[in-house]
Design a protein around this ligand. Structure first.
Ligand SMILES: O=C(O)C1=C[C@@H](OP(=O)(O)O)[C@@H](O)[C@H](O)C1
Ligand SMILES: C=C(OP(=O)(O)O)C(=O)O
Length: 446
C-alpha cells in the first residue's frame, strides 16, 4: 500500500490583505483524461499545463505499465498511445495512490482488453467503493475480485469478447460515467450511458476531440450519451485549463480574509464545474468574472475575489451539487463566516470521497466553535459572522487534500490559528498551495 511518508502538520494564522495573482495548476480531471485518452490513441499526444500532482503522476505511471510511452520533454508531456484495445498486461500491481478518478477510469479502460490487472491505493482509496464501477464493467464481460464490500486491492480480468452496454448510472458520478465510456471504446457497437443528473462532461468533450463518435442528448430519462465503439483515436495537442476546484481555495481565502483583493486568472467555467462560484455570488460574495472568453470551446474567465464582510447563509440548490461536489468543504468554511444558516442538501456523495467529507468538516468546524447539523445527504453550517469564529484547534486531515486546504483557509480568518495534522495530501492536487498562498500574503507555518 502506498503512503506519502511521515505526517507534516501545518498551521494557518490570522492574515490580512491577501493580494496579487494566483496562478493555480492545471485541471486534475482533464489531466488524468489527457494521459489515459492519449494512451488509447494511435500516435503522439502532446500535453501542456498538465497538473503534476501525485494523483496525475500515478496515472502517468499506470499508463506506462499498460504499455504506453509517457515522458516529459521540457514543459510538454508526450504520450505515445497503444490504440483502443491495445493495452498490454502489467507485470506488477497498479498503485493509484489517493486517486479515485485514476483507478476508476483506468479500470474502465482495461476492462474490455483481454488482460488482467491488480489495483491498489493508499489507506483512503482502499476504503472507497468500487462496485459502482465493477457492476457496469461486468455487463461488458469483465470479472473483478476484490476485498469485501467491493474495495481495493482488486483484480480485474478484462472481457475477451466485450459486448456493448446500455447503463443508467445509479449515482451522480463522472467517474462511473467515464469508466463505462472508456470500456465502451473497445466494445463493438453502441454503448449508451444515461445519467439523471448531469456531471462533469470532460470525457465526452475530450473523446469527441480525439475523434470518437459520441453524441449527447437531453431526454425525459436524463442525459443520454451514445458512443460508437472501436474507433481509432487520433492523437491530440492539449492545453490543460487551470483547475476551478483549486481556484476555489485562493478565491474563498480572499473572501474571508480582511482587506483582500486577489485575481485568479484563466479559470475554466464549464457549467458542469462552476457551481461554487455562483453559490458564493448568491451568498453576497464580492466575486466577479473578468475578461470572459471562450478557449478550446470552453468558457474561461479571470476571477476577482475581494474581502466580503456581508456574506449571508443560503440554501444551496441540490441540483447544483454535481457541479461543485469537490468544493463543499471550502464552502462550509465560508459559510462559517456568513450571517445565518447555509443548508446544503443532495450531497450524499461527499461521504465516499477521500474521506467522509461531511463528517471530517463537521468535526473540525465544531471543534473550532461553529455549529453544524447533518443527515445522511445534507448538512447545515450555522454561520457566526466575522470576528466570532474561535479556531485554535488541530484537525484531522484523513488523507484528504481538500479537508487540509479548507481548514488552512479557515485559519486565515479565525481568532486563533487552525492546524491540520497532515498537510502531505495537498500534493495530490495542488502541490504549490503553500507557496501560492504565502505569496498572496497568507500566514502558514509548518
Ligand atoms: O471524473 C472526475 O474527474 C471526477 C469526478 C468526481 O467524482 P465522482 O465521479 O465520484 O463524483 C470528483 O469528485 C473528482 O474529484 C473528479
Ligand atoms: C474527490 C476527489 O478526487 P478523486 O475522487 O479522484 O480521488 C477530489 O479531488 O476532491
Amino acid at each position: 500500500m502506498s503512503s506519502h511518508g511521515p505526517a507534516t502538520p501545518m498551521s494557518a494564522h490570522k492574515s490580512s490583505g491577501l493580494s496579487g495573482e494566483a496562478h493555480v495548476p492545471g485541471d486534475k480531471s482533464i489531466s488524468h483524461r489527457s494521459l489515459i485518452f492519449g494512451a488509447m490513441a494511435v500516435g503522439e499526444t502532446r500535453v501542456t499545463g498538465l497538473l503534476e500532482g501525485q494523483d496525475v503522476l500515478d496515472t502517468a505511471k499506470a499508463m506506462r505499465s499498460f504499455g504506453a510511452d509517457v515522458e516529459k520533454q521540457g514543459d510538454t508531456w508526450v504520450v505515445h498511445g497503444v490504440g483502443v484495445g491495445g493495452f498490454a498486461e502489467p507485470d506488477h500491481v497498479i498503485d493509484c495512490g489517493n486517486s479515485g478518478t485514476g483507478v476508476r477510469l483506468i479500470m474502465g479502460a482495461m476492462a474490455t482488453c483481454p488482460i488482467a490487472a491488480t489495483f491498489t491505493g493508499d489507506a483512503s482509496l482502499n476504503k472507497r467503493p468500487m462496485a459502482r464501477v465493477t457492476d457496469p464493467l461486468a455487463l461488458f464481460g469483465a470479472r473483478s475480485y476484490g476485498r469485501s464490500g467491493g474495495r481495493l486491492p482488486m483484480t480485474i480480468i478484462g472481457a475477451e469478447n466485450p459486448v456493448p452496454v446500455t447503463y443508467t448510472t445509479p449515482v451522480p458520478s463522472a467517474q462511473v460515467k467515464s469508466a463505462v465510456l472508456l470500456a465502451g471504446l473497445n466494445a463493438p457497437g453502441q454503448t449508451v450511458v444515461i445519467e439523471r443528473e448531469a456531471t462533469r462532461d470532460h470525457s465526452e468533450r475530450m473523446l469527441a476531440g480525439f475523434g470518437a463518435q459520441i453524441v449527447t442528448e437531453d431526454t425525459d430519462e436524463g442525459h443520454v450519451i451514445t458512443l460508437t465503439g472501436q474507433p481509432e483515436l487520433k492523437p491530440q495537442t492539449i492545453i490543460v485549463p487551470r483547475d476551478p476546484s483549486s481556484a476555489a481555495f485562493p478565491v474563498c481565502a480572499a473572501l474571508i480574509t480582511e482587506g483582500s483583493d486577489v485575481l485568479v486568472p484563466n479559470i475554466g467555467l464549464n457549467p458542469t464545474r462552476a457551481g461554487l462560484f455562483y453559490t458564493l455570488q448568491d451568498m453576497g460574495a464580492d466575486l466577479t468574472f473578468e475578461n470572459m472568453r471562450e478557449e478550446g470551446g470552453e468558457p474561461v474567465a479571470d476571477l476577482r475575489a475581494k474581502y466580503s464582510p456581508d456574506l449571508k447563509g443560503i440554501e444551496v440548490p441540490a441540483e447544483r451539487a454535481a457541479s461543485m461536489i469537490d468544493e463543499y468543504p471550502v464552502l462550509s468554511v465560508v459559510a462559517a463566516f456568513a450571517e445565518g444558516k447555509t443548508y446544503m442538501p443532495g450531497v450524499k456523495e461527499l461521504r465516499v470521497k477521500e474521506s467522509d467529507r461531511i463528517d471530517a468538516m463537521a468535526t473540525g468546524l465544531r471543534a473550532a466553535g461553529v455549529d453544524v447539523d447533518e443527515g445522511e445527504d445534507w448538512w447545515t453550517v450555522h454561520g457566526r459572522g466575522f470576528g466570532d469564529v474561535a479556531g485554535g484547534v488541530t484537525v484531522k486531515t484523513h488523507l484528504d487534500h481538500r479537508i487540509a486546504m479548507s481548514f488552512l483557509v479557515m485559519g486565515f480568518a479565525t481568532n486563533a490559528p487552525m492546524t491540520v495534522d497532515d498537510s502531505g495530501p495537498i500534493s495530490t492536487s495542488f502541490p504549490i498551495f503553500e507557496s501560492l498562498m504565502t505569496q498572496l500574503g497568507a500566514k502558514l507555518t509548518q
